[in-house]
Structure formats: structure tokens, C-alpha cells
Design a protein around this ligand. Structure first.
Ligand SMILES: C[S@@+](CC[C@H](N)C(=O)[O-])C[C@H]1O[C@@H](n2cnc3c(N)ncnc32)[C@H](O)[C@@H]1O
Length: 153
């Protein structure tokens, strides 16, 4: 991915509002989880992270689009929650420490090779070694809960 991808998404997010409702698959997954540390890779304006933050999750959002992250920050302000935006390419970014309880990869649409890189990154960011349940989530494409990864190890 290149910076131009971020600029393309900057334009897209500036031109019209991105959906604000969280992804239904994520809601189904996370409804039963206790709040913890969450990582949203390719978060955009943060519809999923904001929903989680409102439920008490401590969310880090990584995205190439500054406009998307600014919109996420504005949404967080409106909700009265705090989020941690990171302007970075998910292919390069490394978390300072593992320990995320939930990693979301929603609608990033990488190709198959890139998906493997992204999901590898997600696994390395999770807190599974400490015993907490850790899940990675990728609703599409391919679409559906069958592409969720459970209990990274
Ligand atoms: C289709 S939007 C999905 C946003 C959000 N995950 C959602 O489901 O509403 C794709 C997002 O991925 C971001 N993105 C694409 N490639 C990226 C990369 N290599 N690193 C970081 N973010 C990336 C774009 O900037 C955009 O915000």
C-alpha cells in the first residue's frame, strides 16, 4: 500500500459520510466479550471502534487516512469516549506491545497474500499468551463469521 491509498480514502471520507453503525458480525461477536484493549486495523472513521469504545473498550485505530481518523476522533468526542488513532500503514505498523484482546480487520479488502500479512499482524498483537480470549475478525470478502479467527495462539 502507498500513501496514495490514504489520499484516495481521504477524498472518499471527505466527500460523503461513511456508515456509522457497527458491523453486525462484530456486534454479534463482541456483545458477549468483556471490555479490554481493542485494535482496529483499517479503522476508517471508526464505526466499529466507536461502538466498542462506548461499551468500555480501550480502542487503538490504525489507518492510512487522516480524514478518516479525524472523523473517528470527532465521533469519539461526540460520544464522550477516548480513542487512540494511529496514522500508519497496517502492512508496516507494529504495536509497541502485544496485549490486545480483540483485533478487528473489517472491510480492508486486501488480496489473499496481503490478508495473510494482516492476519499475521493481528495474531501477533493479541493477548492470547496471557490467557485472555483473543479474536481477529474479517467480515469481507470473503464474507461472514467463518473467516473469524478464534483464540489466536
Ligand atoms: C472500506 S474502509 C473500512 C473502514 C472500517 N474498517 C469499516 O469497516 O467501516 C477501508 C479503510 O482501510 C484503510 N486502509 C486501506 N489500506 C490501508 C493500509 N495499508 N493501512 C492502513 N489503512 C488502510 C482505508 O484508509 C480505509 O479507511
Amino acid at each position: 500500500m502507498t500513501a496514495s491509498s490514504g489520499e484516495m480514502w481521504d477524498r472518499r471520507f471527505a466527500e460523503r459520510a461513511w456508515p456509522a453503525d457497527p458491523d453486525p458480525y462484530l456486534v454479534e461477536l463482541a456483545e458477549s466479550l468483556s471490555p479490554g484493549r481493542g485494535l482496529d486495523l483499517g479503522a476508517g472513521p471508526g464505526r466499529n471502534s466507536l461502538w466498542l469504545a462506548a461499551k468500555g473498550w480501550d480502542m487503538t485505530l490504525v489507518d492510512l487516512s487522516r480524514v478518516g481518523l479525524d472523523q473517528a476522533l470527532a465521533g469519539a468526542g461526540a460520544l464522550g469516549v477516548t480513542i487512540a488513532p494511529v496514522h500508519a500503514d497496517v502492512y508496516d505498523w507494529q504495536p509497541d506491545e502485544a496485549g490486545f484482546d480483540l483485533v478487528i480487520v473489517a472491510n480492508l479488502h486486501p488480496g489473499p497474500d496481503a490478508l495473510a500479512v494482516i492476519l499475521g499482524r493481528a495474531r501477533s498483537a493479541t493477548a492470547a499468551p496471557t490467557g485472555r480470549t483473543s479474536r481477529s475478525y474479517s467480515p469481507g470478502p470473503p464474507n461472514g463469521p467463518d473467516v473469524m479467527l478464534s483464540d489466536a495462539s
